[in-house]
Structure formats: C-alpha cells, structure tokens
Design a protein around this ligand. Sequence first.
Ligand SMILES: Cc1cc2nc3c(=O)[nH]c(=O)nc-3n(C[C@H](O)[C@H](O)[C@H](O)COP(=O)(O)OP(=O)(O)OC[C@H]3O[C@@H](n4cnc5c(N)ncnc54)[C@H](O)[C@@H]3O)c2cc1C
Length: 415
Amino acid sequence: MNPKRVTVIGGGPAGMMAAIAAAQAGACVTLCERQAQLGRKLAATGGGRCNLTNTLDVETFMSRFGTEGRFMTGALRRFGRDDLLRQMTEWGVPCAAADGFHYFPVSQRAMDVLQALERQLKKLNVQVRLSTVVSALDLVAGRVCGVVAAGARLPADAVILAAGGAAWPSLGGCGLGYDLAIQAGHEVVEPSPALVGLVTRETWPRLCAGVTLPDVMARIDLPECRKEVWRGVLLFTHAGLSGPLMLDISGPVTRLLRRQEQVPLRLSLFPDLSRETWNTRLAEWRTGRGKKSVRNLLDESLPQSLATAVCEACGIDSAVRASGMTAEARDRLLEWMTALPVTITGSGGMAQAMVTHGGVSLRDIHPATLESRRVSGLYVAGEVMDLDGPCGGYNLQWAFSSGWQAGALAQRGEG
Ligand SMILES: Cc1cc2nc3c(=O)[nH]c(=O)nc-3n(C[C@H](O)[C@H](O)[C@H](O)COP(=O)(O)OP(=O)(O)OC[C@H]3O[C@@H](n4cnc5c(N)ncnc54)[C@H](O)[C@@H]3O)c2cc1C
C-alpha cells in the first residue's frame, strides 16, 4: 500500500511536531511554511530560552485554560509533558525545571529545541517548503484532497492546519489559518490579544519602569469580575504594567476593553498582609516612629521609585513625617497598600501579544482525534484553535501535544 500523503500547514511547534509524528507513523509528509524559516516564534519563546512546559499534573494544567480546558484530555494523554521531555532528551535537548515549575532546555537555548525538531524533520524525509503560503484548501464533497500553495494544487490524503494565531505578527502571527478554517465551514471565535502588556491611564507607573515586585495579587474591580484573582510577578513598564501577573490578566481585560473604554484593577502589593495589619502598622508609624518621613518608612517595604510614586499619588510630601500625616492621607495610603487602584485603557495589541485568544471554534473539532467535524481528512493543531493558556509553558505544551495527536491520527485516518 502506498504511504499516506499528509500536508501540514505551518512550521511552528505544532506543525513541526505534527509532521514528525505523521512521518514516524509512516506517512509521506510535506510541511508548508509561509516564512523563510521554520519556528521563528518558537526561537523567541521564553526570552530565547523556551519555557516548553511545566510541572503541573494534567487536571490542574487543563484547568488553567478555563472552561474549555478538558478539550485537551486526548492530546495530553497521548503526548503529555513526560512524553515531550523524554522525546527532547532523546533528541539531545535535556530539559529541567530548576525553579520547580518552569521547564527549560538545560542549555537555556530555544534554538536547541528548534534545531532538534529540524533534525528530526530531515531524518524522517519530511519535505519542507519554506516561503510557501497555503492560500486555500482543496475540498471535494466534504473531504480535503490537498491544498493550494503558490498557485499550484498539492494533493494530499490528510491536511493538518497548524497555522498559529494572529499574535506577534513580526514573528509570523497572521490570520491566514482562520481564513482556511472558514473556507472549510468552521466558525472562528473573534481573535483578541492575550498575554500582552497593559497601558494605564495613570502616569505614575511609568516613573517606576523596570521595577519588579515578585508577589502581587490583582483583580478586576467590576462587580461581575470580583470572584477571580490573579497572583504573580508584576513589572512596571514605560506604558504601564506587565510581567507574568499582568500578562495573565490581560486576556479578560482586553476583551472588556472591546466594550468599555477603561477597566479598573485593584492590586495588593502585599497579598499576605491584611488591611488590619497595615492599619496597625500605620498607627505604629505615627506613634512609635513619628520622626521618620513617610517616604523613608515606605522605602523599607517598597522599591524607592515606587515609594516616591505612592507618596505623590497619595498627596504626601516626601518630607512629611509619620507623626504629621493627615487622617485623609493616611486613609489613602492604607487603600494603596492594600488595594491599589489602577485604570487600564489599552494594551500592546496583537503586535505585542504572546498568544491569541479566540480562533477556530472547538465545537467543530473532535477532541479525541483533532479532526474537523465539517471536513474529513482535515486536522487542527496548536494556537489556531480557540484555546489559550497563561504564562508558564502552557501554550507550547499544547502546541506540541496537539501537533503530535493530529500528526499521529492524520496518518491513521481513513484515506
Ligand atoms: C515572544 C513570545 C514568547 C513566548 N514564550 C512562550 C513560552 O516561553 N512558553 C510558552 O508556552 N509559550 C510561549 N509563547 C507562545 C507560543 O510561542 C505559541 O503559543 C506557539 O508558538 C504556538 O505554536 P503554533 O505552532 O500553533 O503556532 P506558531 O508558532 O505561530 O506557528 C504557526 C506557523 O504557521 C505559519 N503559517 C501561518 N499561516 C500559514 C499559511 N497559510 N501557509 C503556510 N504557513 C502558514 C506561520 O508563519 C507560523 O510560522 C510565546 C509567544 C511569543 C510571541
């Protein structure tokens, strides 16, 4: 029997892994990538170090993707974290979670992950076509028969759509995968930027640009959002706020910004210190340490630029002593220390988003096989789907797991 012909659209982590899995299973594989290189985004992940997965158990891992997380069960069972790590080790890229959570290559080089995938593609005789845009699917009577690339028809028994999302276009993000899914009759949930830095209306965060706080809690200060809280590292930037904490909250915030001009947030800079503790502390400052300036006392708990910004925002002159603080200033300071208000007016947009929220609706994809319910022989993998996780190796693990699942099953399906 002739080997099955599988064409993969997109040479990111999902597409490369899909091509490897299909070729390992015996298929004759062609991989089309519209850019001149494979895996440009992959090479930039984790600040060039590639945080490819994390230590969470499968259930918790899936829960971090929200209500749709269970869709990943089949793919994670077939090719989960341990499979990915074992495979990377076999391919000469051992990985470790030095901090007990984030897995990186021991070499700390994303390029090593990319080159290992490229070596496998070569070894398995995958035909890689670079600078090749797939402009359409070749569909006949509810079945995919190939793709149209560079004006020519490329016949295939199965096609894997792994074209990624629209995020970070300078590294390859584009909406072309959505157009192909729509051509196949799929619904696309409106794409919006996620894992992106936020712009504040207040200018004071900019004065603290570069300052990082390791453990901050944040919530969206709107009645319908009060239940959910986020916790993590906060970074002040020239535009406002970023760091893993803000990247994680950015998805819901940017979606709210589609219907309102600004989104109020509250930040707890000391999540383990209660309002009562701060109340007592401020009272002690006034009585026991009254000769010291409020600014100097704040310096004991906050980086200098942030202490200055807090004083200015609370209307406390830098020379004011703790004993001379007005009741009004004290109340404001108490609020800032326990639930600091900031107003988000924008984000870095798709240009600076690490992932896309939205994409090809999961409703029309079989979770067990990742095959389209609309067109037989068409499989979907990676970020092009309506699934996105927070910072911390979630999105790459999903790209690799779904790629493997789609590749292994595309080779097996009826052709
Ligand atoms: C700066 C940055 C850092 C990140 N760091 C991390 C991290 O450390 N850990 C983590 O888990 N996630 C990280 N991510 C997210 C992660 O990189 C993505 O979720 C992941 O790359 C998605 O893989 P993918 O293969 O689905 O899509 P992509 O990597 O986007 O690959 C899709 C490919 O398809 C090609 N393509 C699109 N349309 C066509 C077409 N019509 N024809 C041919 N080719 C096409 C594109 O050019 C692209 O190369 C980061 C993202 C960015 C931008």
